[in-house]
Write a protein that binds this ligand. Structure first.
Ligand code: HEM
Length: 387
């Protein structure tokens, strides 16, 4: 997508992308410069995220009600309710479990593939780690996560209006309904047998009428989805970047203290979320000299803002030593990513362990297959082998 973004930045105008089947508007204005991205992320006065204001009542569903699709007091109430699960302290307590699962997965890689020609690093490592971690936090039996992963993949593709026309509408509706039914079932099991999971905690809040039953379903769907999809992509793209830049992979082995800046560079260079989610102008809004009338949908190409040469020197170069790196991969402003400490912790543990235990990892032939999705920068397959 990167040459395409550069063209949009050069054109100096937002891109109008008509929606084929989107139910919320005729299309979306997409901005590609870093400065525009900042202006949009930080504007919660004339830009709203409340999708239900425009979604026809006939197709509303609980997924509309998660915190990223809410404004003002409701957003704050929902965000504060779960913030402590994502704090530095909470994530530090989770690290031993992330490490244990990483070791388990890497043991299996070494046992199963040490003398194989190649194997798919996405299926064997990048997928299972974040899936395990969010299931553990939220309170989902690990055996059920295959289903959650499948529904999330279909949901993730359904955000993409470019792709929507190519995917099966019935399949998407069925996946969302099955996912909702599953979450309802899970809620019932936790009502019967509460534990110390995030879901049990949310059920207590529901009992105190601090969150409605519909919001609870929306929150559960979103946490399960957001809690693994983007981190899988960070691990996959990160590994592909290191292995396709062998000199940087070698540098990181020589200087593992560069790992934090390497992870930030992965987030900048292949931002897992390439486009922001739903936003709509609630009043006429000026962005970089363009007035977007009230009631129009707008978005940001995060992947473009993060390669804007106005902000990043040698923006098209992957450099794990980069010092000045104010990337927007996690957004900014009141909706900035709540899970960023968690995904950074997963990436840190994953790559530190790979560096130690699999320094010989190399790309195999015809290694990359990118998923067709303009929202998610997502590798479907990454063939690697132990040298
Ligand atoms: C919001 C990216 C991992 C939970 C966001 C936003 C971005 C983002 C860009 C803001 C979207 C916008 O303003 O339109 C990422 C990336 C991740 C990641 C790149 C991994 C590399 C996670 C994880 C969780 C999570 C592991 C855990 C559940 C959330 C939540 C919000 C959010 C709850 C909404 C916050 C709010 O509305 O106040 N994320 N995310 N994210 N993310 Fe993440």
């Amino acid at each position: 997508p990167y040459p395409y973004y550069a063209e949009i930045r050069r054109a100096g105008e937002p891109l109008w992308l008509p929606h084929e089947q989107d139910s919320t508007s005729q299309g979306v204005w997409l901005f590609a410069h870093y400065a525009d991205a900042l202006a949009i992320f930080k504007n919660n006065l004339t830009i709203s995220k409340h999708i239900r204001t425009v979604r026809p009542s006939t197709i509303q569903h609980p997924f509309d009600l998660h915190l990223l699709h809410r404004d003002g007091a409701d957003h704050l109430r929902l965000r504060r309710m779960i913030a402590e699960f994502f704090s530095l302290k909470a994530i530090a307590q989770l690290e031993p479990i992330i490490q244990q699962q990483t070791d388990y997965l890497i043991d299996a890689l070494i046992d199963n593939f040490a003398d194989q020609q190649s194997f798919d690093f996405i299926t064997e490592f990048c997928d299972p780690l974040p899936v395990f971690v969010i299931a553990h936090m939220f309170g989902v039996p690990q055996n059920d996560m295959q289903k959650v992963r499948r529904w999330s993949l279909i949901l993730g593709d359904s955000f993409d209006s470019l792709l929507v026309k190519h995917t099966n509408l019935d399949e998407r509706r069925t996946a969302l309904n099955e996912f909702i039914s599953y979450v309802q079932y899970l809620i019932q099991t936790k009502r019967d047998q509460p534990d110390d999971s995030m879901l049990s905690y949310l059920l207590e809040r529901e009992g105190q009428q601090l969150i409605s039953s519909e919001e609870l379903i929306g929150m559960s769907l979103f946490i399960l989805f957001a809690g693994h999809e983007t981190t899988i992509n960070l691990l996959g793209s990160g590994a592909s970047l290191l292995l396709s830049h062998p000199e940087q992979w070698a540098l990181l082995q020589a200087q593992p203290e560069l790992l934090p800046s390497a992870i930030e560079e992965m987030l900048r260079f292949e931002s897992p979320e390439q486009r922001t989610s739903f936003r709509i102008t609630s009043e006429d809004t000026e962005i970089s000299g363009f007035t977007i009338p009230a009631g129009q949908q707008i978005g940001v190409f995060i992947g473009s803002a993060n390669r804007d040469p106005a902000v990043f020197e040698r923006a098209e170069e992957f450099d794990i030593r980069r010092q000045h790196n104010p990337h927007l991969a996690f957004g900014i402003g009141i909706h900035h990513c709540l899970g960023k400490t968690l995904s950074r912790a997963e990436a840190k543990i994953a790559f530190a362990t790979l560096l130690k235990r699999c320094p010989g990892l190399v790309l195999a032939e015809s290694s990359f297959t990118w998923r067709k999705n303009s929202f998610l920068r997502s590798l479907e397959k990454l063939s690697v082998s132990f040298a």
